[in-house]
Design a protein around this ligand. Structure first.
Ligand SMILES: Nc1ncnc2c1ncn2[C@@H]1O[C@H](COP(=O)(O)OP(=O)(O)O)[C@@H](O)[C@H]1O
Ligand SMILES: [Mg+2]
Length: 243
């Protein structure tokens, strides 16, 4: 069964048999040749960055890419989109999620990947359970660190059956992502995230963002330089606002 779950500015998102198809459609106002070129470029770029990011943080796994139809087929992430749900969490849980945001961002930046559109609409929080067979090595541990952003994994023995609570923050929508070593690009990524929190989660955005920055600092190899550039980006923004 196919279900259109979102219709963005340039793509339809279709949920089909546990998978997600992102289909970039043709825009009537562009010439067909140019249109095809742009769609192909963006599809390739998103697939390339998604593929790289998959080795670093939780992102949907690509299943296939169809360049003819400008489609990327990927895993459907069952979870809560943060733009709709972040403010519903208890404050402590919301802050943990913000730490995951900072951590994911720092890990991407450590590999010189810039997301380009860091908003809470492009983040899905998964609070799921996995069966023991996926994590046999955990049997001896009560709590352990998974390599892929599962700091809050815990193993419980209830009637001899181990279960892990797995909490992950997925980043999606790498359509504007790119490879860059420049601190300026990384600082702008943080600036966009700050703006997104400020506009969408305005009641607690300052608390949220300070948590993002704390975990960014502890995870990023080059946080001092990025954060000092971030201050410059911010002051440019204020200057522009006044004139
Ligand atoms: N892999 C996925 N799993 C679950 N939902 C997804 C996935 N990819 C996208 N979505 C949903 O579709 C929406 C739009 O997708 P996105 O890739 O962000 O495209 P756009 O460029 O239109 O913002 C997301 O906000 C999210 O709700
Ligand atoms: Mg999006």
């Amino acid at each position: 069964m196919e279900k259109i779950i979102a219709q963005g500015a340039e793509a339809s998102l279709i949920h089909k048999n546990g998978r997600l198809i992102k289909r970039r459609y043709n825009k009537g106002y562009r010439s067909p040749v140019l249109d095809k070129k742009i769609r192909l470029g963006r599809t390739r770029r998103e697939a390339k960055i998604l593929d790289k990011a998959y080795k670093i943080i939780p992102v949907p796994k690509i299943i296939s890419v169809n360049e003819k139809t400008s489609e990327i087929e990927m895993d459907y992430v069952e979870g809560k989109k943060l733009s709709d749900h972040l403010d519903e969490f208890k404050e402590n849980d919301a802050l943990k999620i913000c730490r995951m945001m900072g951590e994911n961002t720092a890990r991407l930046h450590n590999h010189h990947l810039v997301h380009g559109d860091l908003t809470t609409s492009n983040m899905i929080y998964l609070n799921g359970e996995k069966s023991q067979k996926d994590f046999c090595h955990a049997q001896k541990c009560k709590t352990f660190l998974d390599t892929r952003n599962c700091k809050f994994l815990s193993a419980k023995n209830s009637k001899g059956i181990f279960k892990q609570k797995e909490k992950k923050l997925y980043f999606i929508d790498f359509g504007l992502g790119f490879h860059s070593e420049r601190v300026e690009d990384k600082a702008v990524d943080l600036h966009l995230l700050k703006q997104a929190l400020e506009s969408k989660h305005f009641k607690k955005w300052e608390l949220y963002f300070s948590e993002v920055i704390k975990s960014y600092k502890s995870e990023c190899n080059n946080s001092e330089k990025v954060l000092s550039q971030f201050k410059k980006v911010e002051s440019r923004g204020r200057y522009k606002g006044k004139h």
